[in-house]
Design a protein around this ligand. Structure first.
Ligand SMILES: Cc1ncc(COP(=O)(O)O)c(C=O)c1O
Length: 374
């Protein structure tokens, strides 16, 4: 990618060479099926268990509370459908700006939407007022994939704990932490969650690798039936390379997270400062304080983001309008609309997400390019 400034890390991150190295043997000499009965297969099973324990470590969970999945979408579906299929008369709450992989499965059931405030944080009072006796699940993302705002999970957990008293039905709390793994604390009991989605493709691990933390005592119905792997919750021959890659990636990003978050916060501040002095008409969307350190989300009033993206690409800068998953969608982003932005403003907005390779020089070049286009 020489000469290219890649600012779309919320869509995909390159696999760390150390992760790739950890995965490689499981495509060749260690190809065995983890359920087979000979010694080399037992050793592969050990590697899977080690990966499970490695993921559990960073979540402060028990290894048997980690279910490996093929990415974040599947983990979100398992959490939501796994609960809701058991309670046909129950309802669930989601924030208005969840990822489609939460909104769509939730939409198969009685889904109620929690409002989001203009700064891109959940309206806690709206949440409190909407939990009723039939609510069995609340799903609130840890950090938003478009505007990068970090959600008040501990406060959500407190409200849920309060509402749980004197109830017959369970009331579970799920969080989609797909975008949080690089920079935030994932300790599930500190956060107070019952289920958490982890996504390897966003943390310098392989795509289609992921996990769902399922707290002991939470009952789920499987989405996929078969040989009973992953405690019966996700049948199918295990993707050992994917699990090993996920665990290795999580270990690397969580070990470095504070140093990398501090470095990116400085770049984020530099970007905002340069932008404000060179392009005063630009609006920065979402809370600056409760924000992932790699996320920059801007509105360039009067501009069309599709055109801006093409022009940025011609200048060697790869960025996004909205999330990659809805990039082919003509509709303005549901995330921006949930903050109260009108269609024209949403269509004039860009998401730039930095990563390990981003430098102060790249930030300067990007602001300069935006100034030339604006
Ligand atoms: C917040 C969030 N959740 C879930 C997903 C889905 O992940 P995947 O497409 O890897 O299954 C994404 C991907 O962009 C995401 O940003």
């Amino acid at each position: 990618m020489a000469g290219v400034i890649y600012l779309d890390h919320a869509a995909a991150t390159p696999v760390d060479p150390r992760v790739l190295k950890a995965m490689q043997p499981f495509f060749s000499e260690r190809f065995f099926n983890a359920s087979a009965t000979y010694l080399p297969a037992f050793k592969v099973r050990d590697a899977l268990n080690e990966a499970r324990a490695g993921v559990a470590h960073w979540l402060g969970a028990k290894p048997n509370e980690i279910i490996f999945t093929a990415g974040g979408t599947e983990a979100n579906n398992l959490a939501i459908q796994g609960v809701m299929r058991q309670f046909p008369d129950g309802n669930m709450l989601v924030s208005a700006f969840e990822h489609e992989s939460v909104l769509e499965p939730a939409g198969q059931y009685d889904r109620r939407v929690i409002k989001v405030l203009a700064d891109g944080r959940l309206d806690l009072e709206d949440l409190r007022s909407k939990i009723d006796d039939k609510t069995v699940l609340v799903s609130v993302m840890y950090a938003n994939n478009e505007i990068g705002t970090i959600q008040p999970l501990r406060e959500v957990a407190r409200i849920i704990a309060d509402k749980r008293r004197n109830r017959k039905l369970p009331l579970y709390f799920h969080t989609d932490a797909a975008q949080a793994g690089n920079y935030l604390d994932l300790h599930v009991s500190r956060l107070g969650v019952d289920m958490m989605t982890i996504n390897g493709g966003k943390i310098y691990g392989p795509k289609q690798s992921g996990a769902l933390f399922v707290k002991t005592g939470v009952k789920l119905e499987p989405l996929v039936y078969g040989g009973g792997q992953e405690r019966g919750l996700r049948s199918g021959t295990e993707n050992i390379a994917g699990a090993v890659g996920l665990a290795a990636a999580l270990n690397l990003v969580q070990t470095d997270r504070q140093v990398e978050a501090t470095r990116l916060k400085q770049l984020q501040n530099q970007f905002f400062k340069e932008l404000e002095s060179r392009l005063p008409a630009v609006v920065i969307n979402g809370s600056r304080r409760f924000r992932l350190p790699n996320n920059l989300h801007l509105t360039l009033p009067g501009h069309d983001n599709e055109r801006l993206l093409l022009e940025l690409e011609q200048a060697g800068i790869l960025a996004a309008a909205g999330s990659a998953c809805s990039a082919s969608n003509e509709l303005p982003s549901h995330v921006l609309k949930s903050l109260g932005l009108d269609d024209a403003t949403a269509r004039a907005s860009l998401r730039l997400t930095m990563g390990r390779q981003t430098t102060p020089v790249m930030v300067r070049q990007t602001v300069k390019a935006l100034q030339e286009l604006a």
